[in-house]
Write a protein that binds this ligand. Structure first.
Ligand SMILES: O=C(O)C[C@H]1NC(=O)NC1=O
Length: 243
């Protein structure tokens, strides 16, 4: 009985499919998943510049999702790009996969490590830990040092690097759980949880279940204060589509 929009903020069709499949695999029987990515933007998000571009696409998708009946939204990129802006626009809940994975990890372990793609993404993930208040829960952060789209090149090489790095983190970090730091890793969590014997948490599936929970509690985004709908004003040029 819920309709949840899952937005891949990058424009990679392959990664959008990976994300959509993972979301649908955990969605409750009555939950419909609307999966999408921006019509324009950047094929992978690997830094602040990419995130700024992707955030506009996220807002466009939120607007479209609302029109299509989405009651809640997931931002399926580990930087949670445009999260607060999306919350201003949305009436339903909006959950980013980084915050969702971090929250879930704190419920099943006292310390979690993060395994993501590039070293620069590690730095951004550290900023998110501070922003969300999870710094002291995170034991360590690691990068496989491969570009995001290596996860979609079909060789399985990146997936092997993720597995090895998770294994090493579990042995060296004293962490009880691991957070996968990329939407494109969503299809690895279950298998790695079985293999490693500790919770390996993907943010796409965590966020879908969190949005279901919020909807089940009858909760949407607060529209009082800084998450109220944006003040009405003319939007010009390429931003007109957001008005
Ligand atoms: O920052 C990263 O490495 C991961 C992030 N980038 C992206 O295009 N989708 C993501 O989840």
């Amino acid at each position: 009985e819920f309709c949840i929009q899952v937005i891949n903020p990058n424009t990679s069709a392959a990664m959008t499919q990976t994300i959509a499949d993972a979301a649908r695999a955990v969605a409750a029987p009555g939950t419909a998943i609307l999966a999408s990515c921006p019509t324009q933007g950047v094929e992978s998000i690997e830094g602040h510049f990419d995130e700024a571009i992707a955030a506009v696409g996220v807002l466009e998708q939120i607007k479209q999702g609302k029109a299509q009946g989405a009651q809640g939204h997931v931002i399926a990129c580990f930087g949670d790009p445009g999260l607060l802006a999306a919350r201003e626009l949305a009436s339903g809940p909006v959950v980013g996969i980084a915050e969702a994975a971090m929250h879930v990890a704190t419920l099943v372990a006292t310390r979690f490590s993060i395994v993501t793609t590039l070293p620069r993404t590690v730095i951004i993930a550290r900023h998110l830990l501070q922003q969300y208040g999870f710094e002291h829960h995170c034991a360590a952060l690691h990068a496989i040092d491969l570009p995001v789209l290596a996860l979609e090149d079909g060789t399985g090489f990146a997936q092997g690097k993720v597995r090895d790095r998770c294994n090493r983190a579990m042995r060296e970090d004293g962490c009880g759980a691991i957070v996968l730091g990329c939407g494109g890793m969503a299809n690895l969590a279950q298998e790695l949880t079985r293999e490693l014997g500790i919770p390996v948490i993907d943010g796409v599936t965590a966020a879908v279940k969190m949005v279901e929970s919020l909807l089940g509690l009858g909760l949407g985004t607060s529209k009082r204060g800084d998450l109220a709908y944006p003040n009405k004003k003319p939007l010009t040029g390429c931003f007109a589509m957001l008005s």
